[in-house]
Design a protein around this ligand. Structure first.
Ligand code: SAM
Length: 316
């Protein structure tokens, strides 16, 4: 990647967004399924408020290069967990309540189907999850004809302890990576991933810490993903100027990573609270020191176990 202005090369500010949603629904005539909450043409960032299934079902087909989806995990069951050394409720919000295995799977099929329609023929999707949903996601992907490329094990070295002492401590999430279908010729930046891994092939175990305090300075989302995880995903599977979509945008970590690496971004989110947080985070993007500069690789942290020697890109 050249050290010249990536912004100029990819010409993000003048190229129109390929993503388009019709404002009319066949069923209700003129009901708009969404509102635009935030539009930043300079960085090609859009945040839409609404239900992702409704929106994507009315969006232009074959228009998105990559999707990262962090859907509800349906784990808000009244249980307990540990946060900052304290026992707290595991409940994340109404949107995360389980409706039972059958209904949950139906929901997974619906949004994965909607995502598949908007993906370009060679586009890919990443979906994160724990045991609560990831098997349903994997099965739905097979039912819909996606081509599963990898299952990434995201290992959280700073995972909180298990307070009940009746289970092993949960310290991983799975991120499935899949292409639109078996005919897709997916993009993978193999060389960059290798460079980020000190010249060795990058494996499917990624050791990345939970979001740092700095990433929560504008407020907290209960299931916020680390920017480092999303940066790696964006860099591995997209080129500059590509369009990235997040149908469950939350605090828009995907938007932060996308904009930082000169990718266009569309985020969809239901809740005002998280849209507001997203807007604050995305507006701060103009202050990001890393914009328009060449990625470098650094080892983190300095002492790392054998086999987990992944590096992450940062900027000088
Ligand atoms: C697991 S969180 C995503 C967190 C995000 N990755 C981040 O880093 O902040 C899922 C988000 O999806 C939203 N959501 C749930 N159902 C939705 C739907 N049908 N359409 C759009 N957003 C939805 C929730 O409000 C929640 O903020």
């Amino acid at each position: 990647m050249k050290a010249t202005s990536l912004k100029k090369e990819s010409n993000l500010s003048v190229s129109p967004m390929e993503f388009y949603v019709s404002e009319e629904t066949a069923a209700c005539g003129h009901k708009k399924p969404f509102s635009t909450y935030y539009d930043n043409p300079e960085h090609s960032i859009k945040l839409l408020k609404g239900n992702c299934i409704e929106i994507l079902n009315q969006a232009r087909k074959n228009s998105v290069d990559m999707i990262f989806a962090d859907p509800p995990y349906f784990l808000s069951n009244g249980g307990i967990t540990c946060h900052a050394g304290k026992m707290v409720s595991v409940n994340k919000g109404k949107w995360d309540k389980s409706k039972g295995a059958v209904e949950n799977h139906k929901f997974t099929l619906e949004w994965l189907n909607a995502c598949q329609q908007v993906l370009k023929p060679h586009g890919t999707i990443w979906v994160s999850g724990t045991t609560h949903i990831i098997y349903s996601v994997g099965y739905a992907m097979q039912e819909l004809g996606y081509k599963i490329l990898n299952d990434i094990i995201w290992y959280k070295r700073n995972a909180p302890p298990n307070l009940s002492c009746r289970y092993f401590t949960h310290s991983t999430e799975i991120v499935l990576w899949a292409a639109k279908n078996v005919k897709s010729k997916h993009y993978f930046n193999y060389e960059l991933m290798k460079k980020m891994n000190s010249g060795k092939q990058m494996r499917n175990v990624w050791e990345i810490s939970a979001p740092q305090a700095e990433e929560k300075k504008f407020g907290k989302h209960p299931t916020q993903k680390p920017v480092e995880l999303l940066s790696r995903i964006v860099l591995a599977s997209t080129k500059e100027g590509d369009l990235v979509l997040d149908p469950f945008s939350g605090s828009s970590t995907t938007g932060i990573a996308s904009a930082s690496w000169n990718r266009k971004f569309v985020g969809i989110e239901l809740e005002d609270e998280y849209l507001q947080l997203s807007k604050k985070r995305l507006e701060s993007i103009s202050n990001y020191p890393q914009q328009n500069q060449e990625p470098k690789t650094h080892r983190i942290p300095p002492k790392r176990q054998e086999g987990h020697n992944a590096c992450y890109p940062t900027y000088a």
